[in-house]
Design a protein. Structure first.
Length: 260
């Protein structure tokens, strides 16, 4: 019954009825949605989108910038009934796969996922994802999933590694249409997280990893550079890198940086 209020079923495909809060400006859609979730019993799938973020947040305390009205900056609320903490990485896998599949549908070329969840087009970053989980006892009760997707921007000052959908295809996109594609695809992939599909999600994610099985240069926490080959992802969501001495080592997000 609950699902019926959220979704329309059309020929075996679930289309999410999007519940969107549109704001002209806000510090960060993730911060706003997290605060809202403390006061209200938010419905699964609520989205907050803004034209302008004044304090957009990225991973590991970074800043997220985008030009007002040219790109998408939004956050989605996902409720889980009781997701074990061990399956936390499944959320990362599902969100990245959802964004990737929407971009494929929109015919954006060269899409891959740079661990943990930078969405790349060829060698450049097209979108960033910031997932913030809420816990109850020892399960994950909900997630706020923030997505910054460069859509129609054509200039990225001091960000030589950034690109946009428009720069890739020459097309000027309708932001509402892109939002619908991306958020529906993410919600559909997220259904797999609680559906006992963890290992399949992980293997699907591993298939789309940026620079998998290629020699890349990494820098560890001590600032040492080394050559390694991305082999896959552990069940905890750590990256598995084969070092030059052929040992397989795993790293958490803060422990490693890919240089090229
Ligand atoms: C990253 O690549 O570092 C993650 C960037 C995430 C940016 C999005 S924009 C919408 C949402 N609100 C935020 O403050 N951050 C996320």
């Amino acid at each position: 019954m609950f699902l019926e209020t959220l979704c329309e079923r059309i020929s075996n495909t679930i289309f999410y009825q999007l519940k969107i809060i549109k704001l002209n400006a806000i510090d960060s859609t993730n911060t706003y949605l997290k605060e809202l979730g403390k006061d209200l019993m938010l419905e699964d799938g609520v989205i907050v989108i803004t034209k302008k973020q004044t304090k957009g947040r990225g991973q590991m305390g970074a800043h997220w910038q985008s030009k007002s009205g040219e790109s998408l900056t939004f956050s989605m609320f996902k409720r889980f009934s009781s997701l074990p903490i061990e399956h936390q990485a499944g959320i990362t896998f599902a969100v990245a796969l959802g964004v990737k599949s929407a971009l494929k549908k929109l015919q954006i070329p060269g899409i891959s996922v740079k661990w943990p969840n930078d969405i790349m087009s060829y060698q450049k970053k097209l979108a960033g994802i910031l997932i913030e989980n809420q816990f109850k006892s020892n399960v994950i009760s909900s997630s706020v999933i923030g997505i910054g997707l460069n859509v129609n921007e054509t200039k990225f000052e001091n960000l030589p590694q950034a690109t946009s959908m428009r720069l890739n295809t020459g097309v000027v996109y309708n932001l509402d249409e892109v939002l619908t594609e991306v958020s529906e695809a993410v919600m559909i992939e997220l259904q797999r997280v609680e559906g006992g599909d963890f290992l399949k999600l992980k293997s699907d994610y591993e298939k789309v990893l940026f620079r998998k099985n290629k020699v890349s240069v990494f820098e560890n926490e001590a600032g040492q550079q080394f050559n390694g080959i991305i082999k896959g992802i552990s069940e905890e969501g750590f990256i598995l890198i084969e070092a030059e001495n052929e040992t397989l080592q795993q790293f958490r997000l803060k422990e490693i940086k890919m240089l090229f």
